[in-house]
Design a protein around this ligand. Structure first.
Ligand code: HAM
Length: 421
């Protein structure tokens, strides 16, 4: 089959080294920090009954336009997950873990989005959710976990935007005020904003069109409609961020793209990416979602961070540094026997990272490979070494000379050399 017959579909990519290794670094950094903050991992299926995700809000783009749906052979209506939060809530209702339940996850999500750099149809997220606590300190600790993760990776010039969307109870009063205001100014809004206004006026606040921005500028703010309880919780979140020294910007028009949010919402943006894809992560409270999925009235709060965008942002600021050579030792064997095979396997069994060339290449070609591999040491077995029962150990960096070592001693000698002895 010709090379061009099959290519990855739009918005999907193959990740080869070093990109795949960078994704691994990002995920393992997150896993370590989340586990260290008392979160246990959850793995949920990549596809679920479409109803699980429709709860995210039929007016949101994620549900209305971007869901990958299909009917399986059993006639079930299924969707690929566009995010994890709804699945985590479904899993909570199904498994009833002890509350507060703190869980983290990592893996791909799928959205039929318009592909561009930093925006894909299959993308990876890492995230954390806490179900069963109203304590605003949980919101602050989640923000701190995400913040620490970015700091650990070396993404230090991030902006943390925060907002509160209040409770479901005060939402109708606010929405009525917002709708009245938008209707009074409808003549100045874009066609799209007028359509959005009818379905979910909150989303108009999010419009990036300059024409809409002018109207939105003077719109009533949810912050002015908060109940005493929601206002006190909000003060506590901001006070908590101050207390632990995390800088933030209050953005009263931050509404986020999913409809389940209540109270605290937040987003991390970076100048290292184009404005349309500059959100590297976000989250917030979703106090009604567990109940909407048929569970008890348990509150929830969490975030998801875009792994692909985090990798791009880290690359843009040089946060990954030099990629490490994949192996420490390169085995060069020209005897035609099993010397090369035996040597790499004994090194690998001893936990030493080792590789070799194949297909009976010449000594010269194999040495070239060894040099290019970035390995610190070459082990050489030619006819003379094979006859003497030795291996020539050649340091590939620094001044040290090549030296013969007894075949039975070579793994220990290599381990000493790599340890710097
Ligand atoms: P979200 O804002 O839709 O929130 O996605 C979180 C992050 O995933 C975004 O900030 C972005 O970095 C990344 N992301 C989203 N869509 C794409 C895409 N098409 N290509 C590349 N990266 C993308 C959520 O998913 C919520 N579940 C967050 C949450 C958890 N809220 C509460 N708990």
């Amino acid at each position: 089959m010709a090379r061009s017959d099959f290519q990855t579909l739009p918005g999907t990519r193959d990740l080869l080294e070093p990109a795949s290794g960078r994704v691994r670094t990002v995920v393992s950094t997150f896993a370590e920090l989340a586990e260290g903050a008392g979160f246990g991992q959850i793995v949920t299926p990549m596809f679920e009954d479409v109803g699980v995700f429709v709860r995210l809000g039929e007016a949101s783009d994620v549900v209305a336009k971007e869901l990958y749906t299909f009917t399986d052979k059993g006639g079930r209506d299924i969707a690929l997950r566009p995010e994890f939060t709804a699945s985590v809530c479904r899993a909570f209702v199904q498994n009833r873990p002890v509350t507060p339940w703190k869980t983290w996850y990592a893996g791909p999500s799928f959205r039929y989005d318009k592909p561009q750099k930093g925006r894909y149809r299959q993308f990876d997220q890492v995230g954390a959710e806490v179900i069963g606590s109203n304590d605003p300190d949980v919101d602050t600790e989640l923000i701190a976990l995400a913040w620490r993760f970015y700091q650990r990776l070396g993404l230090t010039d991030l902006t943390l935007l925060v907002n509160t969307l209040g409770d479901a109870a005060e939402r109708p009063t606010y929405l009525a005020a917002l709708r009245t205001y938008l209707e009074a100014n409808a003549g100045e809004l874009s066609e799209q904003a007028r359509v959005t206004m009818a379905v979910n006026p909150l989303r108009v606040l999010d419009s990036k069109r300059p024409q809409d921005r002018a109207v939105v500028e003077a719109a009533p703010l949810l912050g002015d409609f908060l109940s005493d309880d929601a206002a006190a919780a909000w003060e506590r979140v901001l006070g908590g961020l101050d207390a632990i020294g995390i800088p933030y910007v209050v953005e009263p028009k931050l509404v986020r793209g999913l409809d389940y949010y209540t109270r605290t919402t937040f987003e991390f943006t970076t100048d290292a990416l184009d404005a349309a894809q500059n959100a590297v992560g976000g989250g917030g409270r979703y106090d009604g979602l567990v109940a909407a999925l048929g569970g008890p009235e348990e509150p929830g709060v969490g975030f998801a961070l875009g792994v692909d965008r985090t990798v791009l942002a880290c690359e843009a600021v040089g946060a990954f540094g030099d990629d490490e050579p994949p192996v420490d030792v390169w085995v060069v064997a020209t005897t035609g026997g099993t010397d090369g095979l035996e040597l790499v396997e004994s090194l690998r069994s001893a936990g030493i990272r080792a590789d070799r060339a194949y297909d009976g290449r010449s000594m010269k070609a194999q040495m070239k490979r060894a040099d290019r591999s970035g390995a610190a040491i070459a082990l050489i077995v030619g006819e003379s070494e094979a006859a003497a029962g030795t291996v020539s150990v050649r340091p590939l960096r620094g001044e040290a000379e090549q030296a013969p070592v007894d075949r039975n001693e070579v793994v220990n000698r290599v381990a000493e050399l790599l340890a710097g002895d």
